[in-house]
Design a protein around this ligand. Structure first.
Ligand SMILES: O=C(O)CCC(=O)C(=O)O
Length: 232
């Protein structure tokens, strides 16, 4: 397990790297300056976003390697959105949202090798593991990211595990005249839970990666969807 001190050191050097990158050019846009300020305010703290919970070292480095190998052994497909092909590679289990057709339905069951990590994710989020009915695997190779979005309303809780390269999850919420913004550092082997306000009112995104990151996200179904399935 990494100590809090190690974690702070990692976050600090990563944030300084960002500061260096943003300050190295002669011209720094107002937007990138604003971003840097957000990062500075988060140097040592989790962002104060209602409904965001983060945890570290949810899997060991050995488990991380095994999970990455299992994801890489699967045939992942480029994310498809209304005929457009994204750079990130994905596979979903349990339930699949087809963004090309706007349809949602059951798909192959969650494989056994994901069940122990689903158990951990459920314990972290204080949820029933059987309620986490969707598992989405993503590989972000260099150049791949995920644009601004809120998860589909058919889902409720989102619990994500980060493997490989560290990343920043950016958050924004529209307000008159602009956006409130925040960002969360996603360390390798860490976990996050999005619920309530951050899940429903904020959008999130991940900038294009410089090194490969894998993520496993588990989702529960929204109450309305659960009712719709039970009541034909
Ligand atoms: O890779 C992640 O942790 C985030 C994935 C995500 O935002 C999504 O699948 O909607």
């Amino acid at each position: 397990m990494g100590t809090e001190r190690e974690l702070r050191r990692t976050r600090a050097s990563w944030s300084l790297l960002l500061l260096g990158a943003a300050g190295s050019g002669t011209l720094v846009s107002r937007e990138s300056r604003a971003k840097v300020l957000v990062m500075q305010s988060n140097l040592f703290n989790e962002p104060d976003l209602k409904g965001l919970k983060q945890g570290q070292e949810i899997v060991t480095p050995r488990e991380e390697r095994a999970l990455i190998a299992s994801i890489d052994a699967i045939e992942l497909s480029p994310f498809r959105f209304h005929g457009w092909l994204g750079k990130r590679l994905t596979a979903s289990y349990g339930w699949h949202y087809d963004f090309d057709r706007g349809s949602f339905g059951p798909t192959a069951p969650i494989p056994d090798w994901l069940l122990p990590v689903r158990e951990k994710a459920a314990r972290f989020a204080h949820l029933d593991p059987d309620g986490l009915v969707q598992a989405l695997l993503i590989r972000y190779d260099p150049g791949a990211g995920i644009g601004w979005h809120r998860d589909r309303p058919v889902f409720e809780h989102v619990v994500g595990i980060s493997l490989g390269a560290p990343a920043t999850m950016r958050f924004r919420r529209r307000r008159p005249g602009g956006f409130d913004r925040a960002s969360a550092f996603l360390a390798p082997r860490s976990i996050y839970h999005l619920s309530g306000e951050v899940r429903h009112e904020w959008e999130h995104s991940i900038a294009e990666m410089a090194a490969t990151r894998w993520s496993i996200t588990f989702r529960s179904l929204a109450a309305a969807k659960r009712r719709a399935i039970r009541e034909p």
